[in-house]
Design a binder for this molecule. Structure first.
Ligand code: NAP
Length: 274
């Protein structure tokens, strides 16, 4: 999908952070974006900014991705309004951290409801339409945490790893249908999600626009997987070569991060997004 002019791109988690930046990046390419998240007011603000910058039409469709009926309505309303759907970016996410010894079923449920089911069930809703068009693209925004687990992110890591490996199967099963799949693995990104955390220079937070550009490139070049920033690939190679070495890197560089001054977040059980 080299030319995105006029394509319909549906993005979840578009009210801020990576999703909002991705919506702007697609609109700059000439795409018409459908903005979804729970907060209508924030979505309207993103839509307004896009209209002012690009003059492009946008559609605001609030939805909670942890609710199956919302996902159904989201795809149906997009098709009703614009008649087709070309790209689905499953980006909405929550950061559920919990040390293993304090983890409960509720932590897993919260992490999976948004990060796994919110992405996978959205894809299942959109898939029949993409297949009947014989063309389309699906982007799953997971995390470097799905390549190497970082303590105490257990519930989040589990959900992101589930989504990324499910996406691996999805891409293979869709081969030859005209529908492509890209899985995007960002390192630390400077958004609300990790505002409570300070991180070492080696995993410095990148601007969300950098991830947005990587997502657009992935769609245009039909990339199977994208790790961003590229330096994170070195870390992943260390993990493939020796998980014990990668464990040591996590400890040496304090990749788990530490609380940012002025934040009193209890990292034991809270979501990063608030
Ligand atoms: N920031 C990082 O360091 C980082 C690193 C790797 C991967 N990621 C992934 O990148 C994606 C975007 O994260 P971000 O950094 O941009 O975080 P963010 O600024 O906290 O944004 C999260 C987005 O997800 C939406 N969202 C949360 N729960 C939702 C729900 N139940 N239904 C619908 N929308 C929901 C939020 O909107 P509402 O609150 O309005 O619903 C918001 O638009 C996530 O999947 C995240 O896991 C982030």
């Amino acid at each position: 999908m080299r030319n995105l002019q006029g394509k319909i791109v549906l993005i979840t988690g578009a009210s801020r952070g990576i999703g909002a930046a991705t919506a702007r990046a697609f609109a700059r390419e000439g795409a018409r974006v459908v903005l979804s998240a729970r907060n209508r007011e924030a979505l309207e603000a993103v839509a307004q900014a896009i209209r002012e910058e690009t003059g492009r039409e946008t559609l605001v469709l609030p939805a909670d991705v942890s609710r199956e009926e919302d996902l159904r309505d989201l795809v149906r309303d997009t098709l009703q309004a614009w008649g087709r759907l070309d790209v689905v970016v499953a980006n909405a996410g929550v950061y559920v951290q919990a040390p293993v010894r304090e983890t409960t079923r509720e932590h897993f449920q919260r992490a999976f409801a948004v990060n796994f089911y919110g992405g996978a069930l959205l894809v299942l809703e959109a898939l029949p339409h993409l297949l009947s068009q014989g063309e389309g693209h699906i982007v799953l925004v997971t995390s470097m945490d799905a390549k190497k687990g970082i303590p105490p992110d257990g519930p989040y890591v589990a959900a992101k790893a589930a989504l990324s490996l499910w996406g691996d199967v999805l891409r293979q099963e869709l081969r030859g249908t005209g529908v492509g799949v890209s899985i995007v693995f960002p390192g630390r990104v400077d958004t609300d999600m990790v505002a409570h955390l300070r991180v070492p220079w080696i995993s410095a937070k990148m601007p969300p626009e950098k991830v947005a550009r990587a997502i657009v490139r992935a769609v245009k070049k039909r990339r199977a997987e994208v790790i961003v920033p590229w330096q994170a690939r070195l870390f992943w190679w260390a993990q493939v070569f020796s998980p014990s070495l990668a464990d040591a890197i996590v400890r040496w560089f304090r990749l788990s991060g530490w609380p940012a001054i002025g934040t009193e977040r209890d990292t034991h059980s809270e979501e990063g997004a608030s």
